[in-house]
Design a protein around this ligand. Structure first.
Ligand SMILES: CC(C)(COP(=O)(O)OP(=O)(O)OC[C@H]1O[C@@H](n2cnc3c(N)ncnc32)[C@H](O)[C@@H]1OP(=O)(O)O)[C@@H](O)C(=O)NCCC(=O)NCCS
Length: 81
């Protein structure tokens, strides 16, 4: 799953709230043993969202646009339930 929020909605806790809802669903229905999330390294706001969700840094990764036209240095986080 990938998400991007419109700029005028940033900083209101929506990303954290949406992902917390997904985590609550996964834990309630035991649909997965854990989750992973990747962020672009130069985006501390995205990293902060994952930290607020109780996720921890796992490894550095290379991320790419869906069409493969551009790559970015990224970080992978995980949380095991
Ligand atoms: C990144 C994004 C998903 C976050 O969504 P959001 O709804 O604003 O996130 P939240 O409000 O739930 O939380 C953001 C947290 O990051 C923090 N933050 C934002 N910018 C920051 C920065 N430059 N440095 C450090 N922390 C930052 C906020 O203070 C907040 O943490 P806090 O609650 O402890 O204060 C959203 O800004 C977005 O879609 N950005 C555009 C696309 C993008 O950058 N995508 C990510 C690619 S990895």
């Amino acid at each position: 799953m990938r998400y991007t929020f419109r700029k005028d909605t940033w900083g209101h806790g929506y990303a954290t709230e949406a992902m917390q809802g997904l985590i609550d669903y996964i834990k309630k229905f035991r649909t997965m043993r854990g989750i992973e999330g990747c962020v672009v390294s130069e985006n501390p706001g995205s990293q902060r969202v994952l930290e607020k969700l109780g996720m921890t840094f796992l490894e550095d990764v290379t991320l790419s646009k869906i069409d493969g036209s551009q790559t970015f240095k990224g970080k992978k986080f995980q949380r095991i339930f």
